[in-house]
Design a protein around this ligand. Structure first.
Ligand SMILES: [Zn+2]
Ligand SMILES: [Zn+2]
Length: 459
């Protein structure tokens, strides 16, 4: 959507999937199924003995409507992941818990640390790799060099991840990673040092990484994701639950994709993220509407206009209940809505960081065995492109939250159900503290306000 659009006041919020969702064949799971998806038994927790069906339905509807002010449905706008894959299978808490692969990968006291490794050093013998970091944008049909930003602060990323996975130790990976030359022996017997391969050195271990020219020209060359994931597997330390590697270089997964941003091998508990495409200089190219990133992505007139563009009649506006109007999403929208577009490179770096932080915790969620979420707008939703990425929230929905809190509070911390509820609040406070120091950025300002309102609801 063009930048020069008139200023939107985000008057009403959309708490349900857009009108387009239906068109795409996405059927939102019922309130009963959504509640049931959070429990061990797989049954709606509001069911009691001797209750008649009507009472249960009323209770369920009421509970769903109260939850919606904090946990709206997935937006499902045109070309969003769930619009393209509307029948993606749900993973309830129960199915996550009973996942056979997961049984061997529960966090335990010996294996509980999450390691975060930020961009490797580019050694002088592969100095050409620095040029690959330069983003380019199309201007008047020509590719022009855009602003470069320095690498992200590892410490802040470690702190955010530590708050998000409160209760799991999160550390910076202790070994400095380095890019070094990789000499591939040629069939003719001659050795040829070219730019098709580079080496990624971690301690004594060097992995060959393929590099190819970037198809859309946004960056010079991009690195092969599979090779980077293989390198990550080699780096898992004995006490590591998982490792996530961040690269500032653009990445690709296979021959016919343009680029990819991140992937986890959940079974191996490793993940790789590229920060390249999250660069704010590329926002216009990625059709990102700054004014409607999360939480303003739930602005009803924004959602409606996306539907209208595809010729789909928007859903009529619902009258919001008083307690909805004061709910967490509304609080988030107000807190983030007061912030201006970033004007300095420091601001742009902070915006960039907020996106990477969200993606980092998403990928680590996969390492805990969590699949993409179809129940609510959620940090664990799959995403089809950058514009969708920035519309998604940083929080875990009730289903995904019950998985994370079970893994950390119960499996790792040995707590019971009541302890798990306490854990949820402790975790929220820990994230809110982090957000407080980053409230110049919309995502964190919104998340902090969302948490404070959610804690009020819980207390
Ligand atoms: Zn994912
Ligand atoms: Zn979820």
């Amino acid at each position: 959507m063009p930048k020069n659009q008139k200023v939107c006041s985000h008057e009403a919020l959309e708490l349900e999937p857009s009108a387009y969702a239906k068109e795409a064949g996405f059927v939102w799971s019922s309130p009963d199924r959504r509640l049931a998806a959070t429990t061990k038994s797989g049954r709606n927790p509001l069911i009691t003995k001797g209750q008649n069906a009507k009472t249960l339905e009323v209770l369920t509807q009421d509970s769903a409507s109260k939850l919606s002010s904090a946990f709206p449905g997935p937006l499902v706008l045109p070309n969003d992941e769930l619009a393209l894959n509307p029948k993606y299978p749900p993973q309830s808490f129960r199915s996550w818990l009973n996942e056979s692969l997961r049984k061997n990968r529960k966090p335990n006291k010996r294996r509980q640390t999450l390691y975060v490794a930020t961009a490797p050093e580019i050694t002088s013998s592969v100095g050409f790799m620095k040029k690959w970091l330069q983003p380019h944008v199309k201007k008047g049909g020509k590719l022009m060099a855009a602003e470069m930003l320095n690498s992200l602060p590892t410490e802040d990323l470690v702190n955010f991840t530590g708050a998000f996975y409160h209760g799991m130790p999160v550390k910076a990976f202790p070994h400095r990673l380095q890019f070094v030359p990789w000499d591939e022996p040629k069939k003719s017997g001659k050795r040829d040092s070219n730019m098709d391969y580079v080496g990624l050195l971690a301690g004594n271990n060097c992995t060959r990484i393929r590099a190819r020219p970037c198809p859309d020209g946004t960056f010079g060359r991009q690195l092969n994701l599979e090779d980077l994931l293989d390198a990550a597997i080699e780096m898992l330390l004995g006490d590591a639950y998982s490792i996530i590697l961040l690269f500032d270089h653009d990445m690709y997964e296979d021959e016919d994709d343009d680029f990819c941003c991140g992937r986890a091998y959940g079974g191996n508990r490793v993940a790789v993220v590229s920060t390249a495409r999250y660069h704010p200089a590329l926002d216009d190219h990625a059709e990102i509407d700054f004014a409607h990133m999360w939480p303003a992505s739930h602005c009803k007139s924004y959602v409606d206009s996306a539907c209208t563009l595809e010729g789909v009649e928007p859903t009529p506006k619902k009258t919001q209940r008083m307690d909805d109007a004061l709910g967490p999403l509304q609080a988030a929208s107000e807190a983030a809505g007061n912030l201006a577009e970033p004007s300095t490179s420091e601001d742009r770096k902070a915006l960039w960081f907020s996106r990477i932080a969200r993606t980092t915790v998403h990928e680590l969620g996969h390492c805990l065995g969590i699949d993409h979420c179809i129940y609510y707008a959620c940090v664990m939703q799959g995403t089809a492109r950058m514009a969708e990425d920035v519309r998604q929230p940083p929080y875990l929905c009730p289903v995904c939250l019950s998985k994370v809190s079970h893994a950390i509070a119960c499996e790792l911390g040995g707590r019971d159900e009541a302890g798990k509820e306490e854990y949820v609040k402790e975790r929220y406070r820990s994230i809110a503290n982090f957000c407080e120091s980053w409230k110049q950025v919309g995502l964190f300002a919104g998340y902090g306000a969302w948490i404070r309102a959610r804690l009020e609801q819980l207390e």
